[in-house]
Design a binder for this molecule. Sequence first.
Ligand code: CUA
Length: 369
Amino acid sequence: MSTMLANLLCVLLAMPATLASRPATFWLPEQASTVAPGIDFLFDLINAICYFFFALIVVLMAYFVIRYRRSPQNHAGNAGGPTHNTVLELTWTIVPLIIVVVIFFLGFRGYMESNTVPRNAYEIQVTARQWDWMFQYPNGARSDDLYIPAGRPVKLVMRSVDVIHSLFIPDFRVKNDVVPGRYTYAWLEAPTPTGMQRGHWLFCTEYCGDEHSNMNKKVYVLPQEEFDLEIERLARWMDPIADEDLYSLAGPRIYRQCAQCHSLDGKVGIGPSWQGAWERAQAGTTPFVDGSTLADHMGPGKTYGTPEDYIRESIINPGRHLVTPFGNNMPTFRTLLTDRGIDAIIGMLKRLDEFNADGSWKGRNGDAQ
Ligand code: CUA
């Protein structure tokens, strides 16, 4: 009850939420964002009202059952009972009216608060796909888990490349659908850093297929300087890799985004296996759904100059030539892969015998004895 009163004070006085943040309770997870205290206060208030009326009704009911049970003294029929009581009727009309108006007011305010993004918010692009999240920062860095600066409003600009997903961070009381073909937003401000160890859970909360549970990730709240360093590091992960090592070092990491649909061992998935894909492309035998083969489109004056051109196009514009018998299921990776990233994938395709079925690298052929 005392935390409820403290929350009430914070809500009424619009005090900084850090003062009100609290660990998990029986009903609710930890409060880790600035909007959480207001939302929790309303939840606790409605809960308390329910307890009160549940107790009131059950106690009175039990009392009336005993007090007015059928007995010779009580057997008065319909005669003599009260028909009307103005004070009682006004009370049970006005009191609930006040309660629902207060609930409406607090709910409306909480809704506006969690839907109005502060102007100075730091923007992070969120892309949902079956079945992972990609968080992209203004400097071009990308991550699977979400990193945010502490004590600063963050706006998430969200899109989906396939089906409806939904972003949910329980500790922040933040939740919104991520819908293909439109942008949706969420914003959050977490006052307290978590460091790189603990993190808050982030879920996809719309059942989106087989591996929906792969979309459970973490949110790490870092102090501003640490955050800047981290996204700098994320942005440059491919830089220190020499060109000749790109396919072996960057390839497996990028392949994780492809693994849901493209196997390396010939197993048929949502898209064609990569096993033998390079050899077919080189020979021009890659079969397309329109009945042609890659050879029909490759050569001087045709769509593709080289097999590499075709692979590149398949990554950034996958619908152009569909490999039979597969459908047009692949989203474009145009904005998701840099040129070096595409080089890494092409390098990997060319040397698939150096990789295990899970995409890990066995070692350079010839180097190993
Ligand atoms: Cu994405 Cu469930």
